[in-house]
Design a protein around this ligand. Structure first.
Ligand code: OAD
Length: 234
């Protein structure tokens, strides 16, 4: 039997914490990436102007590592929830673990490791052949020199505007594994309609407005608990 009932819109904002149990380091936890690399050298527009080779190398390494890890239960549960919910994932992550877990609607706020884009035309993006494909400032694709398809600090976040519209569509809004310190991503919550239930899964949560239901657990456990809560309600 099938039902014509419209599925509730579940909008999920994810950060580095959801991929931590897959083996990808977060940025700001102890031993996080920004403790081991000077962030303004490897992730800013100024850094890219100063030393593009270093930035290509940094993202080549991140991409190569991405090829060695797999989605975890938290990514998988988000995909499984599509059976009962109209799920949209808005991620700050540049990995492709949501897609590899099967999620069908994924918006990347901060770009994607598996892609590069033309330096002379930001609308021209190219998917690299493999996780091991490395690029340098001299790499040309279709005659264009390319850069990592990553939003650097000091740059605009073109996907933020569409993301705010998605946040406003939410019937249920969920935040997973983010320190909520990087803007504008952290401001998405402000676009959620009044009265919509908001859950925040993080073992070390940041301060959030009253009314947000905090699940103080790692992503895999927290997502399992959340799925239980949500499935009971439908
Ligand atoms: P952060 O490193 O700032 O925060 C990671 C969050 O994940 C923290 O709140 C941790 O408590 C939480 N966490 C750690 N392990 C977890 C687990 N197993 N399950 C769930 N949560 C866990 O990462 P983001 O908030 O994603 O941007 O960082 C935002 C942006 O800052 C990134 O997209 C990146 C960075 O600079 C760019 O590089 C453009």
């Amino acid at each position: 039997m099938t039902s014509n009932k419209k599925k509730p819109r579940l909008v999920v904002s994810t950060g580095a914490g959801i991929s931590a149990e897959s083996g990808i380091k977060t940025f700001r936890d102890a031993d996080g990436l920004w403790e081991n690399y000077p962030v303004m050298d490897v992730a800013s527009a100024d850094g890219f102007r100063r030393n593009p080779a270093l930035i290509h190398q940094f993202y080549n390494e991140r991409r190569r590592q991405l090829g060695t890890v797999r989605p975890n239960r938290a990514h998988e549960i988000l995909h499984e929830l599509e059976e009962h919910f109209d799920v949209c994932v808005i991620t700050q992550n540049v990995d492709d673990l949501h897609e590899r877990a099967g999620s069908t609607e994924v918006v990347h706020l901060h770009g994607e490791l598996t892609k590069v884009r033309a330096l002379d035309n930001p609308d021209l993006t190219y998917r690299l052949e493999s996780y091991d494909t490395a690029t340098t400032p001299e790499t040309r694709i279709d005659g264009h020199r390319v850069r990592p398809h990553i939003v650097f600090f000091q740059e605009a976040v073109p996907m933020f505007e569409p993301a705010t519209q998605l946040a406003a569509e939410a019937d249920i809004f969920v935040i997973v594994g983010t320190s909520l310190v990087v803007y504008p991503a952290a401001a998405l919550l402000n676009y959620v309609r009044r009265g919509v239930p908001v859950y925040y899964i993080d073992p070390n949560p940041s301060k959030v407005p009253d009314g947000v239901i905090v699940i103080r657990e790692k992503a895999t456990e927290g997502m399992a608990r959340l799925a239980e809560i949500l499935l009971k309600k439908i």
